[in-house]
Design a protein around this ligand. Structure first.
Ligand SMILES: Cc1ncc(C[n+]2csc(CCOP(=O)(O)OP(=O)(O)O)c2C)c(N)n1
Length: 370
């Protein structure tokens, strides 16, 4: 028999939880009583994030988008965590977190402009699709190097503390990041200096083909916080209400207590990226045990129990999401690609002579007929 989903025995596994698979209050945490309009906005964003993933995948498979990093099943953690933070707070995120941008009010067109690598979005079409960010809404552009941004996030949080600003910080990263030196430097720094930061380790079971058992010999990722004197806990990462609860509490404690390390237990239902094939390293049965814990279904059932949602609203929402996405796709595909020489822009205030030479060479090469 295949092992059961860890969320099934949440309390035995020390995993904080609010709702079960039927959206019933069944966990150890009380309902966080998020206002109705925010609850609905959260659910609608989770659905939009799922619809973006569905469309992004087909766009990549049909050759219209270069690359895709799926986020199916991971809609609860980043959306609920963003909602738990204030707009003035800063967020460092990974590449599976489009809801961070959406909940900060970034238009869908900007996301698709980024996915298509066109000009007209802040990163100027230079990043891999889904590696987003926008300083105007306090979301730091994502860097591909796993976990590399943890020390930067700590430094920024410490800086805010030293300046007496009431700004809090959130850094979301994967379980794979916990094997990087930057994770340990960041945790050590945070334990000592107590910057107002919340770390979320999104434990989705895998780092490409590396399972948890080969990532760490620790029983949990959360307990790594103990070594650094950092408050830590585990939460059901497919339960948006539980994620909201623990993140909101950690944010509130941050000015006094400093950092909290939250291990959010979730599961990457899809491929690592469009260049991956998970059939080579994991069994379909493993994916199946997570299906009843789908965060969208649980949240929808919870809203239905609260009489805030029904089948008609659900259908209308999906129609709206698909139509808004199609509009964004159609518009984004008409935009220009960046000029190749723009790769030299924004590297230095003034280009070094070597980069000047390389840029001139590139421009000359581009003039040459192939
Ligand atoms: C420093 C570094 N090493 C290796 C890679 C290649 N790489 C890209 S994603 C990834 C796995 C990351 O796993 P995790 O942090 O658990 O996040 P997930 O992709 O599962 O969301 C690896 C090893 C990289 N981008 N950066």
């Amino acid at each position: 028999m295949y092992p059961v989903c860890p969320l099934e025995n949440a309390s035995a596994n020390g995993i904080r939880q609010v709702i079960d698979t039927e959206g019933k209050l069944a966990g150890d945490l009380p309902d966080p009583e998020i206002p109705d309009d925010q609850l609905i906005h959260l659910y609608e964003t989770m659905v939009l994030v799922r619809a973006i993933d569905d469309r992004g995948w087909t766009l990549q498979r049909s050759g219209r988008v270069e690359f895709w990093i799926p986020h199916r099943g991971l809609e609860a953690v980043h959306n609920a965590a963003t909602l738990a933070f204030d707009a003035k707070d800063w967020i460092w995120m990974g590449y599976r977190h489009p809801g961070v941008m959406l909940l900060r009010g970034v238009p869908l067109l900007q996301l698709f402009t980024q996915f298509f690598g066109r000009v007209g979005e802040p990163l100027k079409g230079r990043r891999l699709p889904t590696m987003m960010g926008d300083g105007r809404v306090n979301v730091v552009p994502m860097t591909t190097q796993v976990g590399s941004y943890i020390p930067h996030a700590c430094g920024a949080a410490w800086g805010a503390k030293l300046k007496g600003h009431d700004t809090r910080f959130l850094a979301i990263f994967g379980d794979g990041a916990s094997s990087r030196g930057e994770f340990h430097s960041g945790m050590n720094f945070a334990g000592i200096h107590k910057p107002p930061i919340v770390f979320i380790c999104e434990n989705n079971g895998w780092a490409i083909s590396t399972p948890q058992s080969l990532q760490t010999a620790s029983t949990t990722f959360a307990e790594k916080g103990d070594a650094y004197g950092i408050r830590n806990l585990r939460v059901d990462g497919n339960d948006p209400l539980a994620v909201y609860s623990v993140v909101r509490e950690a944010r509130a404690l941050a000015p006094e207590r400093g950092a909290t390390l939250i291990e959010a237990i979730t599961y990457r239902m899809g491929f690592h990226t469009s260049s991956d094939n998970p059939d080579l390293y994991r069994k379909p049965e493993e994916v199946e045990i997570w299906e009843p814990w789908d965060p969208l279904n649980r949240m929808r059932k919870y809203l239905e129990r609260r009489k805030l949602w029904d089948g008609n609203k659900e259908e209308a929402l999906w129609v709206r999401c698909k139509s808004d996405i199609s509009d964004a796709v159609n518009q984004a595909e008409t935009l220009d690609f960046p000029h190749p020489s723009s790769m030299f822009d924004d590297t230095f205030h003034e280009l070094t002579w070597m980069l000047e030479e390389q840029r001139a060479q590139l421009l000359a090469d581009l003039e040459e007929p192939i």
